[in-house]
Design a protein. Sequence first.
Length: 437
Amino acid sequence: MVPRYARPDMTAIWSAENRFKIWFEIEAHATQALGELGVVPKSAAKALWDWWATNPAIDVPALDAIEAVTKHDVIAFLTWVSENVGEEARFMHQGMTSSDVLDTCLAVQMTQAADILLADLDQLLAAIKKRAYEHKLTPTIGRSHGIHAEPVTFGLKLAQAYAEFDRCKKRLIAAREDIATCAISGAVGTFANIDPKVEAYVADKLGLAIEPVSTQVIPRDRHAMFFAVLGVIAGSIERLAIEVRHLQRTEVLEAEEYFSPGQKGSSAMPHKRNPVLTENLTGLARMVRSAVIPAMENVALWHERDISHSSVERFIGPDATITLDFALARLTGVIDKLVIYPARMEKNLNRMGGLVHSQRVLLALTQAGASREESYVLVQRNAMRVWESDGQLSLLELLKADTDVSARLSDAELTALFDLEYHMKHVDTIFDRVFTA
């Protein structure tokens, strides 16, 4: 975790204090259930909860000191609690194994992280929707392969982003549900030394579902799916970030990141206004996606369990969620403050002498009786002259002067084919699909 790209609420989820707090709750709830079943004295759980109520601070250095000797983190934790609670603490962890604590704790942390990420997505969606409606009918050029294609609106560009992040939200909701799983099944997952009712009790108290077959660990396909969804969200962040970066290029300059008073773009060139935030988002997206392959590789554990996944998850759990949380918040700020230049959009739209209307002419010629092949040749030979003139020539005027074209389409009919409004006739339909469906 790099503090530069971290926010406090998400960082706190992965703190040692939060981890040990969850461990205690798992152990105490399990002891409570064991007490209700008559396996241990009910006084054991009471002693744990009474101590916890008066001891809110976790002594992380003390725990670390014990682990330095035991070389086992869960044993160190149990030892520390025992030293503080006293005799009744011996009934903790009855029939349980370390993975019961570690895996269930990780499930809690990942659901906590998912809740923050879902709130982040809601804020991003709100910002995109606001700007999309603001520029619903702002005409701009659509590009394919980076080349001028046909007119769109800037609102449609943002509507696409909204729909994409809305899908991301749905995927994350499903991934959260999948990962919110509890396993308290003991060694090799057979419940030989602990009743399944204990697992159900702990799961209920922590707001988790039970893992049907834990094999001592929660199967890592759940975790792989969770990180895969984070990777997809990162990809969507990068897609929108790259759009902004392209639109901010000097030759385009249809939109740009907000440049605050006193901000500097370059140590050498005082005129520079660089898309630093969206460039940063591209890099952050790469880091989030880097967690996906290790998470996939964690699925294949040996037999009922090994710990080859453990060290991986200690990295990717905090790093991927903390980085994605930061990236979503940063992108929300970029969209909310994005400076948009409709006049420049119009200038670029008209940059190539009307070439963007070529398809309408092609279709009109076919409807007027020409074959598609002939129509394509007639339009392309005039379009190439405009292209080679760098937009100085007008496609409309060249078509009017082309006798093969004018034999099929009148000047008035040709002029009507260059109407920009034609390309906006279904914007309302698309917006209804995206924002009200």
